[in-house]
Design a protein around this ligand. Sequence first.
Ligand code: SF4
Ligand code: SF4
Length: 368
Amino acid sequence: MPRDGARLEALLQSQHRVLGIYVTFRCPLTCAHCGVDSHPRREERIDPTLALEQIEKAARGGAVHALHLNGGEPFLERKLLAAISEKARDLDLDLAITTSGHWATSLDRARKILEELPVLTQMLISTDQYHLPFVDLSVVANAARAAAERGVLTQIGICTRTGESDEFVERVRAVLGPDLVEEVELLIFPLDPVGRAEFLPEAHWRREAPEWPAGRCHQLNRPVLLHDGSVSACCNTQVTHRRPGPNPLKLGNCRERGIDELLATVDDNYYIQMIRAGGPALLAQIAAARGAELPVQRFRSGDICQLCDVILHDAAAQRVLAEAFADPVVQRQVAVWRAAALDELHMLNRFVPQPPDTARASMEGSLK
Ligand code: SF4
Ligand code: SF4
């Protein structure tokens, strides 16, 4: 039976409880705004054995409680989805999936396909004016109805230019009809110039200003496993993988080191914890205080990923930040931010001297 979708939402607020898996970058659609540049000719797909092994490791390590399958179009790999669903059931994991819903050409077909995923907890169906040439809204409604009937937390993600409700959102409501609109949550996202959307004039709507965009990053709670075994700390692969080679948001490759070990490194990663607790603007502040001048002077307001990207791929900023995060004074500052912003105290506790009784008890314990 599907489990409570609200639990999955709560897990997203915690550090690395939800593992994203890019099942494939292939997609039968070619939406003009595709942020990951998917299309029918892309061939990358995850090796099923690798995916299932790493899910097992991540869950047995105790950190990961839910999986979020993404792409491309995950429903192109239905056999693997069914195997992952079985694995999720065995390991008591919640399961979410993002799709265009293109496969729901009739309500009967949609119901049959979802029967293959008995533990599905949440389904996010993407639609907007860019999907519309390929997937009619009646097809989206079939997918939503089939999911809602199964008790799956069903959401429709709609990208509008500025993230405000518009005439398209009203069309979606009308097609869903009064009964389904009550059961399905509509999420509205802004269009940003990422992936193919970079070439859309309307994606460049944000005002540019010299100020660093402020705000903590919540997406950093969701690490992702890619088709080639690489694991990154956040789901924005257009930033983390924009250039080859290591960077602080690439955790490593699970073909070399198990995903459970890679995910465990995050808790002590001051760079990542600074973005979680204070956002990329705080990284920029630390880098500036140590003399690094960013190569970009104007930033899109409200787009923290752009600033994160600039810092991540600037050699001077990376050099001074590596020096800063090796400094115990800065480490303590990060721990304070983390405690204040996220109510996570264990990092800060390491900087607080242990009371003599606790220290003695732990020494005696280690001598036994
Ligand atoms: S459906 Fe999604 S993954 Fe496929 S092309 Fe459109 S935006 Fe990209
Ligand atoms: S702000 Fe940085 S860490 Fe957060 S989602 Fe954007 S690119 Fe990833």
